[in-house]
Write a protein that binds this ligand. Structure first.
Ligand code: MLT
Length: 240
């Protein structure tokens, strides 16, 4: 299996996604929140780029089972039902619901990945399950880091390294690009303290500063879930 990495979403435009499996990672917090939401019975997400698009879609559908979720600068949006904190997505709020989601980086990375043959949602929460799913595809893999406003971020790259490490631990013969090798080395440096890495990175410090520090503990729960949401035909859902 060949593994490459997009350290930032714009790199996806430069890569040939045809026939590839892409794992999109936004460890803080969008993809972690999605996994947590599915654990709590959420039925699907529809990722969209802008707040206006999200509102238009909700107005068009007029469906009581459709909720609006998302953030800007990590804060919930006015008139939306949910923010982007995994703690918002409690069973009583999200069971059976479809969430139209717009976030600063995570949903943009997902939209950029949609030309791939298969797209999966990755986070520290589902590393092993995701690794299994990637192996099943038999495809070459690109891990798409969501980054921060188009720039590199540490937490997604370390998470990508964790996925690569897991594949290798499971005996998969992995041919790594330079970016994939760099991610693996970063993961080896931080693997003993994923929470510490999340608390020390730029976005983790920002989340702490705006009172969302509790989310870091949740996003650091390595392998707490066996769920691997897929992004297909505009929707994120569980296909098994
Ligand atoms: C994003 O998509 O930019 C993030 O998930 C931001 C956040 O922590 O809410």
């Amino acid at each position: 299996m060949k593994i490459d990495l997009a350290l930032m979403p714009f790199e996806l435009e430069k890569k040939d996604l045809r026939g590839k499996a892409v794992a999109v990672v936004d460890a803080l917090r969008a993809t972690s929140t999605m996994v947590a939401a599915f654990e709590n019975g959420c039925s699907a997400f529809i990722p969209v780029s802008t707040v206006e698009e999200a509102m238009q879609l909700a107005a068009l559908k007029k469906d009581p089972d459709l909720l609006l979720g998302g953030e800007r600068k990590a804060m919930p949006l006015e008139g939306f039902h949910l923010g982007n904190s995994p703690r918002d997505y409690r069973p009583e709020k999200v069971r059976g619901k479809v969430v139209v989601l717009t976030t600063t980086n995570g949903t943009q990375a997902l939209l950029a990945a949609r030309k791939a043959a298969e797209v999966f949602i990755g986070a520290f929460l589902n590393i092993s399950a995701l690794s299994g799913r990637l192996q099943e595809t038999g495809r070459d893999v690109i891990i798409a880091c969501s980054g921060e406003k188009g720039l590199f971020c540490l937490e997604d790259t370390v998470c990508a390294g964790a996925i690569i490490d897991c594949l290798e631990q499971e005996g998969v013969s992995v041919s790594k690009s330079d970016a994939a090798m760099a991610a693996k080395v970063l993961y080896e440096f931080y693997e003993g303290d994923i929470y510490g890495m999340l608390a020390g990175c730029d976005w983790g410090q920002y989340l702490e500063s705006v009172g969302l520090g509790k989310d870091l503990r949740i996003c650091a729960q390595v392998d707490s879930s066996r769920l691997v949401p897929v992004y297909r035909e505009g929707k994120i859902f569980l296909d098994r």
